[in-house]
Structure formats: structure tokens, C-alpha cells
Design a protein around this ligand. Structure first.
Ligand SMILES: [Cu+2]
Length: 409
């Protein structure tokens, strides 16, 4: 998980703050006037304490959100569909900046949106009603549809691996074989980190499985999943308290008194239950995820590392971050592998560039290999982290050209 994506259940979110009046921009009027086209743009204004939608209804078809951040903190915006699934999100919108989200919405009905100023907590939710006739999804080239099908097979295979490894990992935790559990922790997470674009579309399961302490609002929300167990296996020390990304906060350190053997055994059971639920959901024959998530996945995985992992915040107790980086790159390469024929047919130069950039990142990560794993990330210096991050940024820039290219836009 990229961190900071805790979202409460849909049922808890439908108490909506009513009566926020926003002047409708002219562009919106012009757009929604063509009601038969199904096109519409919703202006969203995010401040540090409010999330205002310029319209509370939109039409089926492509729904565009122009999200302006008038607050002082970086914000995010989400659209949720049935079963609390994330249909689309736009992240990292800085103060004063407008981010755009375009989502194909085929079914009319009640939807939910959220702004998340500061990228922490539950977010500020507003309902959105989608009206109009059921629409076919916008046309996606047939080769992309087929590539997505093959990618889904890969994801399902990884999730089988995740369930098997988590079964062994949680059994070790519960039996008191803590050295065995420590040895399995990073390897178990690899299966999860490879398929994050799919896992993250489950707005309840992803945080429950992979949240960080930072997502708990200093302990106001329950701390669950892999990282809770990680903290039990590698208890933080007072000397680790500090302000940097991979430091431990005081509240986190104080909270370790709740990591009793019984509490952690219960967390282990819940973790296994949640990864199994994720596997079972994705295994359903009618499971689908957004075409946009698929074509943006390669860059999304790489940006996970660049934006929210290279500082060492993900695995701050165990220092196994390099395993996660490598797994994100595995997942990104698996996605690119499926898209490659389409990219190469249209732009061989880009294919070559991406291949070279992947190799540079892989080589950078591989220099930290030790045994069948990696050195502790605490031993990687600031200058080395910067070098890694520069190579990841270059790869991200290359991958950013992929979605429009393969969708033929
Ligand atoms: Cu993660």
C-alpha cells in the first residue's frame, strides 16, 4: 500500500454534510448542458476541512472531476462504487494545484467521493448521484482487453502465493516461532507488493492488510495487518523516535504495549482472513478492474516506491524495504510485459528506453542483495537513496507515456 489510504466502510460514510453551496463554473454549465452526450465535469474544491462538489449529480459515461486544492496540505480525491471499490483516484495534489480524474461510469446509482487533505484519516466524504441510462464502457482496443485478461491470471497466481505464504507466516507468529516469522515476513509481502494496483482497488482490504502506523491518526484507528505484526517482531526502541520518514513516532513507540501475544495472535488470524478474502474476490469469474488502473499500473507501482517508500517509511521496524521495492518493480515489469507488444508496435524507441530504465533500477536494487534477500534499508545512505530515487523517477517518466499510447489516444 502507498500509505495513508484508510477509508471507512461505505455505510459509515453516507451521513453527508448537506448544503454546501458552490458557484457553478461556466465550464460546468456548458458541459452538462449537453445532457445527451453523457459527458460532464464536476468541479471539486478541497480545503483542509472541506470537500465541495460543484454538482451532486453527473451522467453515466465518462465523468471528469477537476479537483482544486485550496488547502495548505497535499490532498487526494477518490470515487467509490459498489462494495466500496475504488473506481478512480487522483493523488498528490499540492496546495494551489488542480488535479484531473476521468472515470468511465457505466451504471446509474449512488456513488461516494472523498477528499483526503494531508492524505491521512478517513477523508471527507460526499455522495454523488449518477443519473442516465446504463452505458457501455468506452471502447478499449481488443489487444488491451486480452492483455488485461492475461495480467489477471498473473495477479491470481500471486494471490494464491500470498495466501500460502501468509498461512505459513501467521502460523509461525502464533506458534511463537518468531525467528521463523521474521525470516518469512519480507518474502510473504513480496506477493502483495507485486499486485498492488489490484489490491489497492479494495478500499477496505488494502488498508486492513497493509496500513502503516501513519494511517492510524496516531492510534485513533486500529493498527492492523502486516506492519502491526512487523512491529511485534521487531519492537522499536526509544532511540528510533524522530521526524524522518523511517523514524518511529512517539505515539507509535508508546502503542507497542498493546502488542501482546494474544493481540498479535488475533491480528495474525485477521490478516490471513483478509488476504484470503482478497484472493477469493479476485478469483471470482466476474472480477473486473478498471482499464485505466491496468494501463497506469506500471507507472503506479514505480511511483509507489518514489513517493512513499524510498524514504524507508514502509518497513520501518524490520528494514526490509528493498524487498518491497523489488516486488513493486517485479509487478511493474509483469504489467509492461503484457503491454510491450502494443507499445513496441507504436513506438519502438519508447520500448527501448523503458527497457534500459528498468535495467538501471533493477541494477541499483541488486547492488544491495545479500544472500537470498537484501541488506537492511537502514544501511543504505541518503546519497544512495537519492540515486535510487533518481533512477526510479526516470523510469516513471518513461512509463507515464504508456497509457495514452496503448489506448490509442
Ligand atoms: Cu504497500
Amino acid at each position: 500500500m502507498r500509505g495513508n489510504t484508510v477509508i471507512p466502510k461505505l455505510s459509515r460514510r453516507l451521513s453527508i454534510v448537506a448544503g454546501v453551496l458552490v458557484t457553478t463554473p461556466l465550464a460546468l454549465v456548458a458541459c452538462t448542458a449537453k445532457s445527451d452526450s453523457g459527458a460532464g465535469a464536476v468541479a471539486v474544491t478541497s480545503t483542509d476541512s472541506e470537500c465541495s462538489l460543484g454538482a451532486t449529480t453527473a451522467s453515466t459515461g465518462q465523468v471528469v472531476f477537476n479537483v482544486t486544492n485550496n488547502g495548505s496540505k497535499v490532498t487526494e480525491f477518490y470515487l467509490f462504487g459498489a462494495n466500496n471499490r475504488v473506481l478512480g483516484e487522483v493523488e498528490n495534489i499540492g496546495p494551489g494545484v488542480t488535479g484531473k480524474l476521468a472515470v468511465d461510469v457505466s451504471d446509474p446509482g449512488q456513488y461516494d467521493t472523498a477528499c483526503k487533505p494531508g492524505m491521512v484519516g478517513n477523508g471527507i466524504h460526499q455522495a454523488l448521484t449518477i443519473t442516465g441510462a446504463k452505458k457501455a464502457k468506452s471502447e478499449v482496443p481488443e489487444d488491451v482487453v486480452q492483455a488485461k485478461g492475461r495480467y489477471l491470471d498473473y495477479v491470481r497466481g500471486q494471490l494464491d502465493g500470498l495466501v500460502a505464504q501468509t498461512t505459513a507466516f501467521t502460523a509461525a507468529v502464533k506458534s511463537g516461532d518468531l525467528n521463523g516469522a521474521r525470516a518469512q515476513f519480507a518474502r510473504t509481502r513480496t506477493f502483495y507488493e507485486r499486485v498492488e494496483p489490484v489490491a489497492e482497488s479494495f478500499a477496505d482490504l488494502d488498508p486492513a492488510i497493509d496500513m502503516r502506523w501513519d494511517d492510524t491518526e496516531d492510534g485513533k484507528q486500529p493498527f492492523t495487518g502486516f506492519h502491526r505484526i512487523e512491529r511485534f517482531l521487531w519492537p522499536p526502541q526509544p532511540s528510533q523516535v524522530g521526524e524522518k520518514g523511517d523514524d518511529i513516532t512517539k505515539s507509535d513507540l508508546d502503542n507497542i504495549k498493546t502488542d501482546t501475544k494474544d493481540a498479535i495472535a488475533a491480528e495474525a488470524d485477521t490478516l490471513l482472513k483478509n488476504v484470503t478474502a482478497l484472493r477469493d474476490e479476485v478469483k471470482k469469474p466476474d472480477f473486473a478492474f478498471e482499464d485505466q488502473s491496468f494501463v497506469k499500473g506500471p507507472q503506479g507501482l514505480v511511483d509507489e516506491i518514489a513517493r512513499t517508500k524510498v524514504g524507508g517509511e514502509e518497513d520501518r521496524y524490520s528494514r526490509t524495504d528493498l524487498w518491497d521495492f523489488a516486488a513493486n518493480i517485479d509487478g511493474s515489469e509483469a504489467l509492461i510485459g503484457e503491454l510491450q507488444p502494443m507499445i513496441a508496435a507504436k513506438n519502438q524507441g519508447l520500448t527501448d528506453k523503458i527497457t534500459t530504465q528498468f535495467k538501471a533500477v533493477r541494477d541499483a536494487i541488486n547492488q544491495y542483495r545479500q544472500g537470498d534477500g537484501y541488506v537492511g534499508y537502514n544501511t543504505v545512505t541518503a546519497a544512495q537513496r537519492k540515486d535510487l530515487s533518481d533512477k526510479i523517477d526516470a523510469l516513471s517518466a518513461g512509463l507515464s507515456q504508456v497509457p495514452d499510447l496503448v489506448l490509442g489516444k
